[in-house]
Ligand binder design. Sequence first.
Ligand code: PLP
Length: 451
Amino acid sequence: MTIRLSDLGRAVLQTEYAVRGPIVARAQALEREGREIIYCNIGNPQALEQKPITFLRQVLALCQYPELMTRASDLFPRDVIETARNVLAGTRHGLGAYSDSKGVRFIREAVAAFIHERDGIPTDPEAIYLTDGASKGVQTALRLLISGPRDGIMIPIPQYPLYSATITLYEGRQVGYYLDEEQAWRLSRARLEESYEKATAEGVRVRAICVINPGNPTGAVLDCANISMIIDFARQRGLAILADEVYQENVYLAGDRFYSFARVMAEKDEREVSLFSFHSCSKGFLGECGQRGGYMELRNVPADVVAQVTKLQSVALCANLTGQVATYCMVRPPRPGDESYPLYASERDHIIGELRRRSALLAEGLNRIPGIRCNQVAGAMYAFPSITLPPGRTDEEYCLALLEETGVCVVPGSGFGQVPGTAHLRTTILPPTGKIEAVVERLARFHASYR
Ligand SMILES: Cc1ncc(COP(=O)(O)O)c(C=O)c1O
């Protein structure tokens, strides 16, 4: 039998993922025809000339090919060799064997130590799951929380489409809450209540709230008070929290800093609200999207539910081992005094410095264009400016025309959600600095002539 489109379920057909949607397909077709395309559609740093961190690649090389150990002292710094030896011993059978469903225990212990060092709070390695990127962890948590079509998950608008797509696929209900563009994309209790009340009035059983901090696509960084407010809201409304913290290293403004939900919950002595936190090797300054490393940490989740999470993880046996080792390198980088530390620190500082420069350059450039307005990019890797469109035009048409005319590939705001009647586009801050200037200049020319 040949399977036909009409054989597929509604959930599959309705699932959409804007950052890899039709505009990107068109960009690839134009590229095949010989056009130069500047890809600003997805947070994929190494596709835009960012160099990998040497330490991580050296450790991976030794772990993948332990035969190199005999000659490693000619090739690699001492701490790299020691790290690779420890990791190989920790995995017991190397990178070609499955690990425990939760991931290699030695690596989970390192993740727990990282969280403890970052937040000063006790952390249990058994509450940590190593995942294929943060995406798989998010999907597991949503799978757990959505048990029927009345189950709703609160997601920010605008949001990263992993959430809308997965909720659609699992046949739950999206309960959007608006971020306030006029207030630097902050969350307010009033907006959370409004969205919760509306959903429950429609018969939705709201199960959890997702928060992305620092925000994609908004670039906003939440302060402690905002996080504390969300925790109070979740407790009072009986919700779990999904804290997407994959951009925790991407904070650019002098007065801002990253606070984890885990830390603020511990400071409030919060013992009721279940928390699922996510981190990834794909972002920050590693940008190792292709290695598919990440982790999920659970707090205030009872043992019988944890057992169900482990069962779900075990259906796919385990996360890929290369990604697990990349996660180890993320949470256990070289320390001052290690032979590889000076190079590691200079690579890290260079990448974060460039991202900081580009975030400012892009927002300033966009704000110089009449008809485009952009908040400061305080964190993450994106700008989400509002655009004034001629009557009757959509942001999808605008982004497609922008691509056709200028070769700049961005994603329409409708792919992330926006206040009805407004239009936006999302661009990454990742192109090299010279190209950012080209993006702004092409956008300015295009916008002035767009009818
Ligand atoms: C907010 C957010 N969460 C999760 C992810 C997924 O990252 P990963 O590569 O770790 O699956 C992304 C990727 O862009 C993201 O922006």
